[in-house]
Design a protein. Structure first.
Ligand code: MN
Length: 205
């Protein structure tokens, strides 16, 4: 059974960038809902229950067809939000918190951190409707910025996400209404670069 992970901070700890009410609803209603529905989808498939969430999502074609769409949507929702909470930290962190190996990879690929920021914001802004923006390692180990619709994620495309941003309206509407770019900008100031660096280093093992 998959379990809703705890947040590493209080619901209101990300204010003013992300308001406490949004965080509470997002965690206790949305993320809990995906978790419950993922478990329900796997209930009648005991052979799938020992798999990690990464394994399930990387190999959706090995999930029985009757559960596949639910695992894609709800398993995606479970995984995506678990990653999202971990790459946020109250007050955010700066370039000095980026591991040297990751900073070098960012500079190689994008030029500098600001250029990555611009490309990421563009991916988040252009995603039509509900979805996510990502920084991932592709199958060759190169950094890449993408976006996905709904609760899809880079695991489903053979990549490993290290940073993700939820751009569903439920993530920002109470505070930002239709101003997604302002939310994306506020998110960038909350990034836990220590954690993103860990994700990068772990993805290379
Ligand atoms: Mn969400």
């Amino acid at each position: 059974m998959f379990q809703l992970p705890e947040l590493g901070f209080a619901y209101n700890a990300l204010e003013p960038n992300i308001d406490g009410r949004t965080m509470e609803i997002h965690h206790t209603k949305h993320h809990q809902g995906y978790t419950n529905k993922l478990n329900a989808a796997l209930e009648s498939h005991p052979d799938q229950q020992s798999k990690s969430i990464e394994d399930l999502l990387r190999n959706l074609n090995q999930v029985p067809e009757s559960a596949r769409m639910s695992v894609r949507n709800n398993g995606g929702g479970f995984y995506n939000h678990s990653l999202f909470w971990e790459v946020l930290t109250p007050g955010g962190q700066g370039q000095e918190n980026i591991a040297p190996q990751l900073l070098e990879a960012i500079q190689d690929r994008f030029g500098d951190l600001e250029s990555l920021h611009q490309q990421f914001s563009e991916a988040a802004g252009k995603r039509f409707g509900s979805g996510w923006a990502w920084l991932s390692l592709d199958s060759a180990g190169k950094l890449v910025v993408t976006s996905t619709p709904n609760q899809d994620n880079p695991l489903m495309e053979g990549m490993t996400p290290i940073l993700g941003l939820d751009v569903w309206e439920h993530a920002y509407y109470l505070n930002y209404q239709n101003r997604r770019p302002d939310y994306v900008s506020a998110f960038w100031d909350l990034i836990n670069w220590n954690k993103v660096s860990d994700n990068y280093l772990n993805a290379q093992k």
